[in-house]
Design a protein around this ligand. Structure first.
Ligand code: COA
Length: 298
């Protein structure tokens, strides 16, 4: 846990605390990735034991935010303060977090790596799974053309019904049902839209509203078509507050890409790479996955 650096005071890697959050947020905000303070609080609220900070005296010079969902963990932010980069701080923080997750038997760790940093994760046995595109759309969310005929096939579910929401999501996304259910009970979405056929969800779309944004996803649809995807996203957009909407979508999903673009989304960042370090085979998302959760699983 301790790192000695020539010419500097001793650097300590310690568990992130509540009192660190404002400074942690300020470091994240400096990167201009569009995160809100409330989301950092949400990450910390989901898991108060897995995130770390690197301290030089009392100053935070690095951070890793991480949510241990149970069998899968998701690393959300990895940042070393400018001036401290390239001195081994990032490696020490990731090693600390991974050792901790390993000791708890977490079998798979995922993250969305920035294109500029993706190779940093090779040294920890993370493997590239797929490319992810970050799309964003500003309000208002109205459409000049008439609404798609399929809109009526979707219905709103109770956002608090974690068992119902997690059932289908976990199967499609390949995560353990208990993990998804636990996460959704701790932080329910604000909107939950589904298409139910014979009692089974064949499509589902969750969304969360923050101070300035709606984080849209996860979203899946069995055998998605443009018309159905268009109808579903319009129904969702008609219900979210008039704020920016952010989505993370597997880059290989052409239906998702065409749907987001036709609804006024544009690419905020391309070439994000989903990487995983896993005991078992972590898989690419199937073609039914149109967008992911902001916090990995949810
Ligand atoms: C990426 C980041 C966290 C790495 O932390 P760091 O403390 O600078 O990295 P370290 O000094 O521990 O790096 C150790 C090794 O990783 C390699 N490495 C560091 N940054 C890298 C990068 N961006 N891409 C590829 N390899 C990288 C180094 O070459 C070094 O290897 P070496 O010792 O053989 O030369 C840091 O540079 C950072 O905060 N960048 C801006 C924010 C960011 O992009 N975060 C990642 C989000 S996914």
């Amino acid at each position: 846990m301790r790192l000695h650096m020539a010419g500097r005071s001793e650097l300590r890697i310690i568990r992130m605390k509540d009192s660190h959050l404002p400074e942690v947020f300020s470091l994240i905000d400096n990167e201009n990735w569009g995160w809100e303070f409330a989301e950092i609080q949400q990450i910390y609220g989901l898991d108060q034991g897995s995130s770390v900070v690197a301290l030089d005296g009392r100053d935070i010079v690095g951070l890793v935010t991480c949510i241990d969902f149970g069998s899968t963990a998701f690393i959300v932010h990895v940042i070393v303060r400018k001036g401290w980069r390239g001195k081994g701080v990032g490696v020490r923080m990731i090693e600390t977090v991974l050792a901790d997750l390993d000791s708890r038997g977490v079998s798979s760790v995922e993250l969305h790596a920035n294109p500029e940093a993706v190779e940093f994760y090779n040294q920890f046995s993370f493997k590239r799974l797929e490319d992810i595109t970050f799309f964003a759309k500003d309000a208002p969310h109205s459409f000049p053309e008439p609404s798609a005929p399929s809109e009526s096939s979707f219905s709103w579910l109770s956002p608090d019904d974690a068992p119902a929401l997690s059932e289908a999501l976990s199967t499609v996304f390949g995560y353990k049902k208990e993990d998804v259910e636990k996460a959704l009970s701790k932080t329910p979405p604000h909107q939950a839209l589904a298409r139910i056929v014979s009692g089974r969800a064949t499509a589902m779309f969750l969304s969360r509203t923050g101070r300035d944004l709606n984080a849209a996803g996860p979203w899946f649809m069995d055998e998605p078509t443009r018309a159905e995807a268009d109808g579903m996203i319009r129904t969702m957009l008609s219900a979210v507050p008039a704020k920016r909407v952010d989505v993370l979508s597997p880059a290989s999903n052409e239906v998702a890409k065409a749907t987001f673009e036709s609804c006024g989304f544009s690419v905020a960042k391309a070439g994000i790479v989903r990487v995983a370090r896993s005991n078992s085979a972590a898989n690419r998302y199937p073609g039914s996955v149109l967008s992911l959760g902001h916090l990995g699983l949810i």
